[in-house]
Write a protein of this length. Structure first.
Length: 160
């Protein structure tokens, strides 16, 4: 395990604070004014993925209303997860990053999800320690969007 020193924590913390403001601006840029139609339901123990495949339901999947927006998270096979906000897809990328827990416990390196809206503020992926990562990311995105909607360009994949 890599040793984390005070300088690293301060550097990553400052970078996160500066870029969180950038994420808000990016979220407004990706937003559009017209609301989309409702989400399709998940039926008969199978879910439809964006590429048209049927896969078994995962107990961590969700389809709910949060602050007036329909959020849907699907945990796909081979780690390909999907996130929809008001029936609009948000592309996700997994990255290895430093997490600094709010409870004061030591920082650690883990795998997190980023998107066009939370690019510099990753959310830890679902693990034994963190079972609600995709839902936390969906709620964070809704908070960033406010009254705006995702633009179609938010679905474009990008790599790191």
């Amino acid at each position: 395990m890599a040793k984390t020193n005070r300088r690293d924590v301060l550097r990553y913390g400052a970078a996160g604070a500066v870029t969180a403001a950038t994420a808000v601006v990016a979220g407004q840029e990706l937003a559009s004014a017209d609301p989309p139609p409702g989400l399709d339901g998940v039926t008969s123990g199978l879910k439809d993925t964006l590429d048209g495949l049927k896969t078994p339901l995962d107990p961590r999947d969700f389809d709910e209303l949060f602050k007036g927006k329909k959020i849907r998270g699907l945990h796909g096979l081979r780690g390909r997860n999907e996130l929809m906000i008001n029936n609009r897809r948000l592309a996700l990328t997994e990255i290895e990053t430093l997490f600094v827990p709010a409870d004061g416990s030591p920082p650690y390196v883990g795998v997190g999800w980023i998107s066009a809206l939370n690019h510099y503020d990753p959310v830890e992926v679902d693990t034994r320690r963190n079972r609600e990562g995709l839902r936390k990311l969906a709620r964070k995105v809704v908070d960033i969007l406010g009254d705006n909607e995702l633009a179609p360009s938010a679905a474009q994949e990008h790599g790191h």
